[in-house]
Design a protein around this ligand. Structure first.
Ligand code: PA5
Length: 430
């Protein structure tokens, strides 16, 4: 299960900020538990893992099996909260390179999260030679990027399979009644799932938005939900500083108030890069408003120690780090012993790459602490569906708590509308 470890710089410790944040945290915690804060009409995710709709879950699994039977590829069309959660989980669990033992699982690829013409041209060419299905996800049903991608890919699908077979290869996930996508579902009788009114995009990974693509990819969505449920039970039953969401929310608000305006979320596994991006979207869209909020940045080490490492060590002192640390590796690779030892690496022969990676993590922590960068570690034993479910719920809960402590509505995103307004005007939308 998830545990936290804190590494403070001198003069900055838990005792010094518990008192400062206790009443704000208590107030924020009550708002999350009692549905009494600003934006509480979008708090449906809070109880979600404990009130699973068994009928819906079985239907997700049944439809996912249908797709698995007939497709080599599922294209997930969506943007922001309508795709990042599924991608975070699938990429965390997938092998880094396609392995034979996984070839029974359809490949999941993504569209509608960019407007690149080259990406779309390459994608349609790639799909032309494969059996595929489309899963289009949009809560509003009107977001431009996925709507364009769906229009293009739907007509390609119809060309390849004919209208009736194409219709059976489309699954839509959207609002129960509003939006253009729901209208298309009605007109064409597409299979569909509903995104509940009380759950916003970035908090939707444990709804069909995340569960359906994850199930198609071959992963156990019941295990994901049970990890989330166990985390929920731990977080809702403890209204004091032994609650790890209180600790995280207090830590990050304290760093912010002391002038560290940037939080770097650091992973040491390439497969967790999309988990970082999901985290970045969750915190960025939740807190960055009213001209305040920590700037969330995601880093992959040790890669980024050779790019951002210099800045973190000796640049402006505006940053602290949250490291997602995984203790066990699923695979084992050792350093082979070689006779001439020309590269001088024989001293590492008794170690696995995972041990070396963990030592790199500890060494970096000490160096950054000496450089005045406080750090928090979120430690898990391994990455599987259960641990990912627990992590997702932990970050969602901490994020809402932290935003209420900061004094913003965690569940709106008014700033995202500005670019859309300009784009529609420039495109000449009526
Ligand atoms: O978190 C959010 O609400 C956003 O990131 C949305 O998920 C994103 O803008 C996509 O919206 P929609 O699902 O309506 O297409």
């Amino acid at each position: 299960m998830v545990r936290l470890e804190f590494n403070f710089c001198e003069g900055n410790d838990f005792a010094s900020f518990f008192d400062r944040y206790e009443s704000r945290l208590k107030d924020a915690y009550d708002k999350v538990l009692d549905f009494s804060g600003e934006g509480s009409e979008f708090l449906g995710w809070q109880t979600l893992p404990s009130h699973v709709d068994e009928g819906e879950l079985a239907e997700i699994e049944r439809r996912a099996d249908e797709v698995r039977d007939k497709a080599d590829v599922l294209v997930v069309i969506g943007i922001g909260g309508s795709y990042l959660g599924a991608r975070a989980v699938i990429e965390a669990l997938n092998p880094n390179f396609p392995l034979k033992s996984y070839s029974c699982n359809p490949q999941i690829i993504y569209a509608g999260e960019n407007l690149s013409e080259e990406y779309m041209a390459d994608l349609t060419e790639y799909l032309a030679e494969r059996d595929y299905c489309l899963c289009v996800i949009s809560k509003s049903g009107t977001t431009t990027e996925p709507a364009i991608a769906f229009r293009i890919l739907r007509s390609e699908l119809e060309k390849k399979y004919g209208p009736e077979e194409a219709r059976q290869r489309i699954i839509a996930i959207t609002d129960s009644s509003k939006g253009a996508l729901r209208r298309l579902v009605r007109e064409n009788s597409y299979a569909s799932f509903v995104i509940r009114d009380d759950i916003g995009g970035r908090y939707s990974v444990l709804t069909p938005v995340g569960l359906f693509p994850i199930a198609v990819a071959g992963y156990d969505i019941r295990k994901l939900l049970s990890g989330a449920r166990a985390m929920r039970e731990a977080l809702v039953s403890c209204g004091d500083f032994s609650n790890i969401a209180w600790q995280y929310a207090a830590f990050r608000n304290c760093q912010y108030d002391e002038g560290r305006k940037m939080e770097a979320f650091v992973v040491y596994q390439p497969s967790l890069q999309y988990f970082s991006r999901w985290w970045q979207q969750l915190f960025g869209e939740t807190e960055g408003k009213a001209f305040k909020g920590l700037c969330p940045v995601s880093l992959l080490n040790t890669t980024d120690l050779h790019s951002m490492g210099q800045y973190i060590q000796q640049g402006e002192r505006i940053m602290f780090e949250t490291v997602l640390s995984v203790e066990r590796s699923k695979r084992r690779v050792s350093i082979p012993e070689v006779k001439d030892d020309a590269d001088g690496l024989n001293y590492l022969c008794d170690k696995s790459m995972q041990q070396i990676n963990l030592i790199a993590e500890s060494a970096t922590r000490e160096a950054h602490l000496e450089g005045g960068v406080p750090q928090m570690r979120v430690v898990v034993d391994k990455i599987d569906e259960y641990e990912l479910g627990a992590l997702i719920y932990f970050f969602e809960f901490s994020c809402a708590l932290s935003a209420y402590v900061l004094g913003v509505n965690p569940f709106d995103q008014p700033g995202v509308e500005n670019y859309k307004r300009n784009m529609f005007a420039m495109l000449g939308k009526k």
